[in-house]
Design a protein around this ligand. Structure first.
Ligand SMILES: C[S@@+](CC[C@H](N)C(=O)[O-])C[C@H]1O[C@@H](n2cnc3c(N)ncnc32)[C@H](O)[C@@H]1O
Length: 293
C-alpha cells in the first residue's frame, strides 16, 4: 500500500502532543495511525498516516484548525511509498503505565532506561501489550499481591506475549515461573519476549491447553496463578485449577465482563475460593481470589 505521512510542526510539550494525538484520531478521514515522539531540544512532533495522498490532503484541511489550536504552525504531507504496517503499528504503540510497571515497545527503550519495572513488549500477533484493560487489571493486582507475599511457584495460564509472566519474574526474584498458552505462535512470541526482557532463564514457556498437561501435573502445586482468558473457559477451569493450587494459594482472574462476574465468582466459591478483591476497569473485571481450605 502507498502511504502518506502528515507531519504537524510546532513547539509542543509532551502533554500537548499527546492531547493533540487524541484529537486527531477523531478527525475525518480517520488516520490509519497517529503518533508523537520527542525530537532534539525536547520539542514533540506529531505524525498522522493515511493510505493515500487524497485522504492525507482531506485530513490536513479538516485538521488545520485543531492543529493551530494546539500550537502547530505548519502541516505537510509526504508520500512514503510501500509501508511495512507491522513496523508502523509497533512504532506507534505508546507506553502504558500499569501500577508500578512501564510497558513499552523497543522504539521507546530509551524512555524506559533506569526504571526497575520496565517491560519491553512489542505489538505482535499475540495478545498482551498492556493496551487492554484486562492486562492492566492483572498487572496492578500482581503488584499488590507481591507487596503482601513472596510467592514461589507461579503460573501464567494463557500467557499471550508473556507480559504477566515477565512481570512476575520482575516482582518475585525467587519464584519458579511457568507460562502456558494454547496457541503455538503465542509460545514463540512469549519465549522471545522473555529473552528480550532478560528473564529467559527464569520463565519456562510451555504449549498447553488449560491445566491438564503432564508437565503441569508433574509440578508441585502453584501458590499463585494468573489467568486472563475469558469468563466461559475460566468458569470451566474452576475445579481443575483448585486441584492444582496449594491450600493457601492466590488466584488472579481477568477477561471477565462486569456482567459475567457473578457467574465466575459463584463457580470459584463452589470450588473453595474466597473473593479478596474485585476491581473494574472500563467494562472489564479483575478478580483476586484466595484458596482457603
Ligand atoms: C486475553 S489473552 C491474555 C494474554 C496475556 N496473559 C495478557 O494478560 O495480556 C488470552 C490468552 O489465553 C490463551 N488461551 C485461551 N484459552 C486457553 C486455554 N484453555 N489454555 C491455555 N491458554 C489459553 C489465548 O491463546 C491467549 O493467548
Amino acid at each position: 500500500m502507498t502511504t502518506c505521512k502528515v507531519s504537524l510542526h510546532g513547539d509542543l510539550s509532551a502533554n500537548a502532543a499527546l492531547a493533540l494525538c487524541d484529537q486527531l484520531e477523531t478527525i475525518n478521514p480517520v488516520p490509519l495511525s497517529v503518533s508523537c515522539f520527542e525530537a532534539a531540544g525536547g520539542v514533540w512532533h506529531v505524525e498522522a498516516f493515511h493510505e493515500d495522498t487524497v485522504a492525507a490532503h482531506r485530513f490536513v484541511d479538516n485538521a488545520r484548525a485543531t492543529a493551530k489550536g494546539a500550537g502547530c504552525t505548519e502541516l505537510d504531507v509526504e508520500a512514503l511509498g510501500e509501508t511495512d504496517w507491522v513496523a508502523v503499528t509497533q512504532r506507534n504503540l505508546r507506553p502504558v503505565v500499569a501500577g508500578p510497571f512501564f510497558v513499552h515497545g523497543a522504539h521507546d527503550r530509551a524512555r524506559a532506561a533506569g526504571r526497575r519495572l520496565a517491560l519491553e513488549i512489542d505489538a505482535q500477533v499475540a495478545f498482551g501489550t498492556a493496551h487492554h484493560a484486562t492486562t492492566v487489571g492483572c498487572l496492578r493486582a500482581l503488584a499488590r499481591l507481591a507487596d503482601q507475599r513472596r510467592h514461589r511457584r507461579v503460573l501464567d495460564l494463557g500467557c499471550g506475549t508473556g507480559i504477566l509472566a515477565i512481570a512476575m519474574a520482575r516482582l518475585l526474584p525467587n519464584a519458579d515461573i511457568l507460562a502456558t498458552d494454547i496457541d503455538p505462535s503465542a509460545i514463540e512470541i512469549a519465549r522471545t519476549n522473555c529473552r528480550i526482557n532478560r528473564v529467559g532463564q527464569r520463565v519456562r514457556v510451555l504449549l498447553a491447553a488449560g491445566i491438564e498437561h503432564p508437565s503441569l501435573r508433574a509440578r508441585p502445586r502453584f501458590d499463585l496463578v494468573v489467568a486472563n482468558i475469558l469468563a466461559g473457559p475460566l468458569t470451566t477451569l474452576a475445579k481443575p485449577l483448585a486441584a492444582r493450587l496449594s491450600p493457601d494459594a492466590d488466584l488472579v482472574l481477568s477477561g471477565i465482563l462486569a456482567t459475567q462476574s457473578a457467574r465466575v465468582e459463584a463457580a470459584y466459591r463452589a470450588a473453595g475460593f474466597k473473593l479478596a478483591t474485585r476491581s473494574k476497569l472500563e467494562e472489564w473485571v479483575t478478580l483476586v481470589l484466595q484458596r482457603r481450605i
